[in-house]
Design a protein around this ligand. Structure first.
Ligand code: THU
Length: 155
């Protein structure tokens, strides 16, 4: 068996639509407000809802390390809590560390991918995922490209 995933690589942010550039700017802005005193890896995530609203979140760390939460899940859970009727059409994620935004794209952890997949399934809406680096940007048109052979209790 061979499984193929699709990731678009964009080298110029101008290739993104205006709303996507706004989403990326929002992810970068919220990254700077992350609470990451332990890792000093400041992650920002912004989600675009079906109604056009943008919701953002960042990583929140804790002295008891596993109690912290990643930026992607902070943003998604907040969006789903505040706007349970709104599907997420796009998520952008960016990282600020060592005094700069990373040159390479940040790719979500496994737990975040699982939560992103649930949002896709829950709303029957593929989520476009924009993983931002200063030198290049990865784009997946569905979380399924980030999590092949995923667990799905509904199957
Ligand atoms: N982190 C995120 O917020 N999102 C990711 O996609 C990867 C990791 C956070 C968790 C922790 O606060 C810090 O980055 C270092 O792992």
């Amino acid at each position: 068996m061979q499984i193929t995933i699709d990731i678009e690589v964009v080298e110029n942010i101008e290739q993104l639509s205006e709303i996507e550039r706004k989403l990326v700017a929002s992810a970068k802005a919220i990254a700077l407000q992350a609470y990451a005193p332990y890792s000093k890896f400041y992650v920002g995530a912004a989600v675009l809802l079906k109604n056009g609203e943008i919701v953002s979140g960042n990583n929140q760390e804790n002295a008891a390390y596993p109690s912290g939460l990643c930026a992607e899940r902070t943003a998604i859970f907040y969006a789903n809590a505040q706007y349970p009727e709104q599907s997420i059409t796009t998520l952008a994620v960016a990282v600020f560390t060592n005094n700069e935004f990373t040159t390479q794209p940040v790719t979500p952890c496994g737990s975040c991918r699982q939560v992103m997949l649930e949002a896709e399934n829950r709303y029957q809406q593929p989520m476009r995922v924009i993983m931002v680096g200063q030198e290049k940007i990865y784009i997946a048109n569905s979380v399924k490209d980030l999590l092949p052979l995923s667990f799905d209790a509904i199957k």
